[in-house]
Design a binder for this molecule. Structure first.
Ligand SMILES: C[S@@+](CC[C@H](N)C(=O)[O-])C[C@H]1O[C@@H](n2cnc3c(N)ncnc32)[C@H](O)[C@@H]1O
Ligand SMILES: [Zn+2]
Length: 287
């Protein structure tokens, strides 16, 4: 069997096996370029409007295609590629990072509460920038259908393994996608979360696009919870903007900056800090 390196370094076995997708999965998905419906053709999804093809790798549709570069400034796209590569390399130990192990139980409780609002559970729930599923596995308890999107295919592969182990894979869909150009139909989700992702999007205009995309895919009155680095007394020593190990870009938000960003397309009802480490904004999409 020949192993091919496809775009973004995902290794894919070169065997002709047809891919299966359920009706509900196809009904949620759309072309990230103009949101037209997609059809399954062998191992690919094909857009009914532009004809672009998107591979399905290990059951994960991949929308991170070279054409996306044309929608970015050169520095934005280059930074996103660094993010992809470093997250792929770090996926294997991400869940064992001590800081996250300590934070996770509190962060899960706060985010679930913020996301639920007055609701008990949701029909469709998505996390944008779900990584290895550290948070998404907990959100999955509150939804009939659970969807995760991330730029790192290796993280998504680990997320899939985790969901299979937990018996959650049957109600899940994971997609390899850029949060600024989401491959989902408009007005599709009852709830959308995004945890510690937006601070890694490398320009203000691309961060605004992420919020616009979250607003677009939410149903009217759908709920959101979005967290991002807090520029606080605790964290200011680590810089306002810069690069983590491996070249991952970050931006820390003041209260006003975070409120302004999320408020561009969504109604923020609640804004709180997670121990001075991250902001957590929640609320609804106006009808
Ligand atoms: C700090 S991790 C958080 C992962 C997960 N939300 C959690 O809380 O454990 C940030 C994640 O955002 C993803 N990410 C960064 N930029 C992205 C983008 N433009 N589109 C989609 N995902 C992105 C990274 O690949 C990484 O998995
Ligand atoms: Zn298309």
């Amino acid at each position: 069997m020949r192993i091919e390196q496809n775009f973004m370094g995902a290794s894919e076995p070169d065997v002709e096996v047809a891919v299966e997708m359920t009706e509900w999965q196809l009904e949620l998905l759309a072309c990230p370029f103009e949101q037209a419906p997609l059809h399954l053709e062998g191992k690919q999804l094909r857009c009914s409007a532009c004809g672009r093809q998107f591979p399905v790798v290990d059951g994960i549709p991949s929308f991170v295609v070279p054409d996306l570069a044309n929608l970015h400034e050169a520095h934005e796209w280059q930074q996103k590629q660094v993010e992809m590569q470093t997250r792929n390399e770090q996926a294997v130990f991400y869940d064992r990072l001590l800081g996250l192990l300590l934070l996770t139980p509190f962060e899960v409780a706060m985010t679930v509460k913020a996301l639920l609002g007055e609701h008990q559970r949701f029909g469709t729930l998505a996390e944008i920038g779900c990584g290895t599923g550290r948070m998404l596995r907990h959100f999955a308890q509150y939804a009939d259908i659970v969807v995760g999107a991330d730029l790192s295919l290796e993280s998504l592969r680990r997320c899939r393994q985790r969901f299979e182990r937990l018996g959650l894979w049957g109600k899940a869909l994971l997609v390899h996608a850029d949060a600024s150009f989401l491959p989902f139909r408009t007005n599709s989700f009852d709830a959308v979360a995004s945890c510690q992702m937006i601070e890694h999007v490398p320009s203000e205009r691309m961060r605004e696009r992420v919020i616009a995309e979250i607003a677009r895919i939410l149903k009217p009155n759908g709920r959101f919870a979005i967290s991002g680095y807090h520029y606080s007394l605790l964290t200011r020593w680590f810089g306002k903007e810069g690069f983590h190990k491996g070249g991952i870009y970050f931006f820390r938000f003041t209260r006003d900056e975070f409120l302004r960003l999320v408020g561009t397309h969504l109604s923020v009802q609640n804004l709180r800090t997670v121990f001075g480490y991250a902001w957590l904004a929640s609320g609804v999409k106006g009808a």
